[in-house]
Design a protein around this ligand. Structure first.
Ligand code: ADP
Length: 526
């Protein structure tokens, strides 16, 4: 342009009036060029430069440093081209038209260049936001993964220090990367201020004129931004982010960081909503279970109580009219129902201890064959007609189990076999050991258990539909207790269909040599 208009030096002052201008110079390489250049350098420091940049048409000043200075404004973009011609020759109207045309072209080019830069910056920001949205969307519990979130934000924004503070989440949380040299009291004060005002704070070293005017928070930082984190429309936290290296945080950066803070606030709000919803659902289920529990317990307590009360009232009403045999029958009815009631209360207590994890396991080295024989002989006293067959491996070692609890499991399963199967059995108990486990099975010839319900029968209070209104009374607690006891021994209990009809309850308990640190005790070899 300089050559075209025969100028000796040219200055392009560029930038919107609110920005600090960028200036580009060109001059011919001789003494005149140098002099013209210094005139232009002086010109751009003149207060008049602002008026020149916003001028609408070419202008000429003749008295500037005794030199003529011409200007071609780049309208609407706050820029201007200034020219000096040395030695001076008159500026013609053709020069003026030519300069104006060049200025218009330059303005168009600059506008395009600016648009392109803006678009690039916009695309980069969009990419940052998309990447962050994807990342935040993939987090299971963002409030507890804040360190990862902060690292990611720093990486995406090319900043190197940050801090997230959330109030009441569930107690105040502070995550900082790296450990910032800001005193906690100062952090709290800054966060409180951002939360109270809901406005970001942008501390910029460029804005501070001397080191004395630098805010204390900026010590150790190049620039620092504090942004409110809005959770459910209330500011419940803050994101501090900054650069300890010499990375300036620009106005565009601030816009991006504000959007990031909004995005993070939204993610945390949603996560909190999800958590509250889950907690509500858990409470609802617990409430439902409690109601089911109360309904079931009341029913199971009421039926023996009603029977006892009826027998007692009968005895009282007909005191003298009751025959000796009737008297005995009523008393044994009371005894039976009381035993049933007491067994139910014991089962409830056992189950509550199992569920609270407070069931004491009192393991000792036992001979399982003897334990099985004891349970069977006790069982026979109650049900003498029930045939029970035992097949216990002769090579069983001593086993480290709680005999009372394992005895209770055997009893419950045997009792079910007798109750739901033919009352006279047969029931078969088998026990053997593999390299790693004790395996027991109790098989009956009852109606079996439908495949879909084989897991559920171990749930507390669960009874098969056919038995809920059937002849056999039950509480649905026996197998839940067995499951709890076997689980407490680190074992498993399950039920299969018995070939030829019936159920086969299987129990597998890992062998343990715990007390002897891997060696069986001496008595194991006796
Ligand atoms: P209860 O026998 O007191 O009802 P359990 O927890 O011992 O409670 O058993 C749960 C349910 O599983 C029983 O109600 C019954 O429907 C079913 N069940 C248990 N054992 C057997 C079995 N050997 N054969 C058939 N059904 C059984």
């Amino acid at each position: 342009m300089g050559h075209l208009l025969d100028a000796t030096a040219v200055a392009l002052v560029e930038g919107t009036p609110v920005e600090r201008p960028y200036t580009h110079f060109w001059a011919v390489a001789d003494a005149n060029g140098q002099r013209a250049l210094s005139i232009l350098r002086a010109a751009i420091t003149e207060p008049a430069i602002l008026a020149w940049r916003s001028c609408q048409s070419p202008f000429i000043t003749t008295s500037f440093h005794q030199t003529t200075l011409v200007g071609f404004p780049l309208t609407d973009i706050g820029s201007v081209i200034l020219m000096v011609r040395l030695p001076e020759t008159p500026w013609t109207s053709i020069d003026q038209q030519c300069g104006a045309t060049l200025a218009a072209h330059s303005a168009a080019m600059l506008r395009h260049a600016r648009m392109y830069t803006d678009l690039q910056a916009y695309a980069a920001q969009t990419e940052v936001l998309n990447t962050l949205a994807l990342f935040l969307g993939g987090l299971l519990d963002p409030a507890r993964q804040l360190d990862m979130v902060l690292q990611r934000i720093l990486a995406l924004t090319h900043l190197d220090a940050g801090l997230i503070m959330l109030k009441d989440e569930p107690q105040d949380t502070v995550i900082s990367v790296p450990a910032l040299a800001i005193e906690p009291a100062q952090v709290t004060a800054m966060v409180e201020m951002v939360i109270a005002t809901g406005q970001p704070v942008w501390l910029c070293r460029q804005h501070a004129t001397t080191t004395e005017t630098l805010p204390r928070a900026l010590a150790g930082f190049c620039d620092l931004v504090m942004l409110p984190l809005a959770l459910h429309a209330t500011n419940a936290g803050a994101l501090l982010i900054g650069s300890r290296a010499h990375r300036h945080i620009s106005g565009e950066d601030l816009t991006l960081l504000l959007t990031i803070a909004q995005q993070l606030g939204l993610t945390l709000s949603n996560a909190r909503l999800r958590r509250v919803a889950n907690e509500n659902e858990a409470l609802r289920q617990a409430n439902h279970l409690k109601s089911a529990f109360l309904a079931s317990v009341s029913h199971d307590l009421r039926s023996p109580l009603t029977a006892i009360r009826a027998s007692v009232e009968d005895l009282l009403e007909r005191q003298h009219a009751v025959s000796a045999s009737e008297h005995r029958a009523l008393l044994s009815n009371i005894a039976r129902e009381t035993a049933r009631l007491s067994r139910f209360v014991d089962q409830l207590l056992d189950l509550s201890r199992i569920e609270a994890g407070s069931l004491p396991i009192d393991r000792e080295w036992i001979e399982l064959k003897t334990l099985i024989e004891d349970v069977v002989s006790n069982f026979r006293q109650h049900w003498p007609d029930c045939r029970i067959e035992t097949l216990v491996s002769p090579t069983l070692p001593l086993l480290y189990l709680d005999p009372m609890l394992i005895g209770q499991v055997l009893w419950n399963v045997l009792e079910n076999g007798q109750k739901y199967g033919p009352p006279d059995g047969p029931i078969t108990i088998e026990a053997f050991c593999t390299n790693s486990h004790l395996v027991m099975s109790i098989s009956d010839r009852g109606p079996g258990i439908p495949l879909a319900e084989r897991r559920r029968i171990f749930d507390r209070f669960y009874r098969l539909e056919r038995d809920r209104h059937g002849r056999q009374r039950g509480s649905g607690l026996g197998l839940a207790i067995c499951h709890g006891i076997i689980t407490a021994h680190n074992g498993t209990i399950w039920v299969d269909e018995r070939p030829g009809g019936g159920s086969i309850f299987r129990i597998a308990i890992p062998l343990t040599h715990e007390r002897t640190g891997g060696w069986l005790p001496e008595e194991a070899f006796v």
